[in-house]
Structures are given as structure tokens and as C-alpha cells.
Design a protein. Sequence first.
Length: 300
Amino acid sequence: MRLDQCLAEIFPDYSRSKLQTWIKAGRVKVNGLARQGRDRLDGGEALELDAEAEAVLICDAEEIPLHIVHEDDSLLIVNKPAGLVVHPAVGNWSGTLVNALLNHEPKLNILPRAGIVHRLDKDTSGLLMVAKTLQAHNSLVEQLQERSIEREYLALVKGWMTAGGCVDEPIGRHPVDRKRYAVRRDGKEAVTHYRLEKRFKRHTLIRVMLETGRTHQIRVHMSHINYALVGDPVYGGRFQMPAECSPALAEAFRNFKRQALHAAKLGLEHPETGEYCEWEQEMPADMRHLIELLAENELA
């Protein structure tokens, strides 16, 4: 067996890419000597792995408040507020969730993306998981790839839905606007399930379950079936004030400047204990307020 294949079997807690990095850095010894990943082993050799991780993230820690829902030695569950960017990028090198996480736990700088294995859009609120160790990071990535992690969202959409359903349409970059995404035949597989939570005269609150996790997936799929998210500045089309709106509801619509999307539920196999864990978080105040006014103004 090749050395890199053997290491992947013996040390399943670490990703193949991390093991390859350690091989190239000379951190893997076979009978006391450094070898290459493609080298063949006969069996019976002594393998030594120096699994100490180096800093891979160059980012400043910043004292930004975090709403921590759960924390243990290997896992962190955060309730992200709307308006908080997850990863630093052009235009947002500071003030992000990554900056806040590094302030909370400096050791996260040895993990890819400070341990964050999935993301939420800047203006989407809700639950987000963070690995605190390389082993936990590998476990969560594998669970995402196996589609075993439960992710449920609450979304307020425009239009009166008659029933739940499933959108199974591939998503890729928009052919003209590269900052947007669109349903396209040559895109990546994307599957979104949804069911009704509450119907109003001109809007519907739905619960959305992700089978895949493409960028902007819920927003793109709901817009594709003509039920765009309320407040979505990219996929929601031109804003039109609903007819017969009360003054309070009209003001709430004008002040709601983001997509009405909240990551409400997260379920996964704990990377250390193997037990199934689940967390739920209610909608933030701005979404709750809008829905309460809709209930008063346009009950179905």
C-alpha cells in the first residue's frame, strides 16, 4: 500500500489533505526516515506522525460579541446575527465572524477557515457550526459530504403557497452577473426541500431543509419557482408594497433590508462522542415582528 493511503486508514481523524501536507513537510517518518506519499510499504514498518498543526490563518482577533449556543472541547455552535460577514474577504477584512472566533479561541488559527465548515450569507441569521480541533473538522466535513447533517431554515417568501415540495435543480454562476448564482443545466447538483409553516394572504412562512449546500441555494431555488424571499436584494426582484397594507406593516416592510431567512435548526453526530446532537434557535426580532404584523394584517 502507498504511504499516503496507509496513513489515511491509520489516522482517519485527519483529512487526506492535511496528511499530505505533513508528508511533504517531513512530519511523517517510516522506520525513522522521511518518505514520499507515493512510496510503497511492505507491512511491519514503524510509522511516526508529528501531528502538531501550524497556524494556517493570518487574521486579526477582534473583540466582537458572540452568541454561543453550545461549546465543548471539540465543537462550537454559534447563533450568527444578520449583518455579520462570516469570512474575511475583499471589502471585509475585519469585523467578521472569523475575527470574533479568533478572539474567543486563538487556537482556531491552526484550522482551515478558523474551523468553520459551512457558511451563512451576511444577511442570513442563525445556527452555524465550528470545529475546534482537526479531528472535529474532518468529522464535520465528512458528515456534510455524506449529507447526514440536518439543516433547517425558516424563510418568509412572497406569494401564497398551496403545498410544500422539492426543488431539484443544478446551480452555477450567473452567466452575466458573476456575483449572482442561477439555475443552469451545467451547474452543481442542488436539492432543496420545503414545507408550509404558516400562510398569509400574499406571503408564506416555510421551513426549508437542505440536502446540498450550494452558495445562495435557498434564495436561488425559491426565486426560480417564483416564491422569492421577502427583502432579498439580489433575487427578490423589484420591491412592491402589498395592497391594503396597514401603516405599521408598511413601515416594517420598508425597514426590512435583508432576505427573510433564518437557520433555525442544526443536527449532527458529535465528532468526539458519536452521539446525535440537535440545536434550535428562534427567529430574530426583526423577522418575528414582520410575521406578527402579517398575521394581524393578512391572515389567510
